[in-house]
Design a protein around this ligand. Structure first.
Ligand code: CP
Length: 304
């Protein structure tokens, strides 16, 4: 079976650092067309702006061609075709599959059906490992290290798959975590058990002010409306936190604000002009990191 990226735990620490180093190479020179003749499928069963467009840009900049869809209603899924049959068929056409799907576990299943590498571009509330690698790249770029940092994750820690992947990846680097969330959106037990077993400290609070001044990275997240089964529950928590520029007066000088985006109301636009905002550069970094992931999985940037 080809090596895929489904969970961030599929990569060792060495592989993670290798991808980050390769991404740095692509940031310095983004025109490297060594994948001419390759075809990569971009299958998005769920909406996306950044992940799909940065993956497709990465594919184009590496010289490969992209096929796929951004709306599964125009595919034979609408006639009842199973995910298994879709993947088996696309697998015959391409050298790699990038897939986003609303069902947790769907990407792992696709990787078991396909012979080519599969990259999970987000499966429900589970994992978003390519986002995690670009988050790590952005953290390294802003802090100069991944070691010993305090990461304050804010917002929807229950459904926010990017926080789940990031927590697991950072566990290689002796972090401390603050989880800022209302009761309804707390970090799920399984991830806290993982931290307990790994001997990693975390604090839980429902107050955004409580630890705002005590972190190196403030990782803001959107409340994931699409994951709620009860619309009333979403209404209760949707505007739970809004960060604005005035709140940043006493934060650490090195502190940077990350957000996987899209944002809704959780970061006021006046924060964009502060030196702490890094989320647009973070999204740009997605291009370099995704070029690195593709190159690594296709064997063009192997571990040394
Ligand atoms: N960060 C992220 O996954 O954004 P999109 O949903 O726009 O791809």
């Amino acid at each position: 079976m080809a090596k895929s990226l489904i969970s961030i735990r599929d990569f060792t620490k060495e592989e993670i650092l290798h991808v980050l180093e390769t991404a740095r190479e692509f940031e310095q020179n983004r025109e490297q067309k060594f994948l001419e003749g390759k075809v990569i499928a971009s299958l998005f069963f769920e909406p996306s702006t950044r992940t799909r467009l940065s993956f497709e840009t990465a594919i184009n900049r590496l010289g490969a061609k992209v096929i796929g869809f951004s709306d599964a209603t125009n595919t034979s899924q609408s006639k009842g075709e199973t995910l298994k049959d879709t993947i088996k068929m696309v697998d015959n056409y391409v050298d790699m599959i990038v897939m986003r799907h609303p069902l947790e576990g769907s990407s792992r299943y696709a990787s078991e059906v396909a012979r080519v590498p599969v990259v999970n571009a987000g499966d429900g509330a589970n994992q978003h490992p390519s986002q995690t690698l670009l988050d790590l790249y952005s953290i390294l770029q802003t802090q100069g290290t991944l070691e010993g940092l305090t990461i304050n994750m804010v917002g929807d820690l229950k459904y926010g798959r990017t926080t789940h992947s990031l927590l697991q990846a950072m566990s290689h680097f002796n972090p401390k975590f603050v989880f800022t969330a209302p009761e309804e959106l707390k970090m799920p037990r399984e991830y806290k058990d993982f931290l307990d077993k790994s001997g990693i400290e975390y604090i839980e609070t429902d107050s955004l002010d409580a630890y705002l001044n005590d972190c190196d990275i403030l990782y803001m997240t959107r409340v994931q409306q699409e994951r709620f089964t009860d619309p009333m529950e979403y209404e209760r928590v949707k505007d739970v936190y809004t960060l604005n520029a005035a709140m940043l007066e006493n934060v650490r000088d090195n502190m940077k604000i990350l957000h996987p985006l899209p944002r809704v109301t959780e970061i006021d636009q006046d924060v964009d002009e502060t030196k702490y905002a890094y989320y647009f550069k973070q999204a740009e970094n997605g291009l370099y990191v995704r070029m690195a992931i593709i190159s690594y999985l296709l064997g063009y940037r192997p571990l040394k």
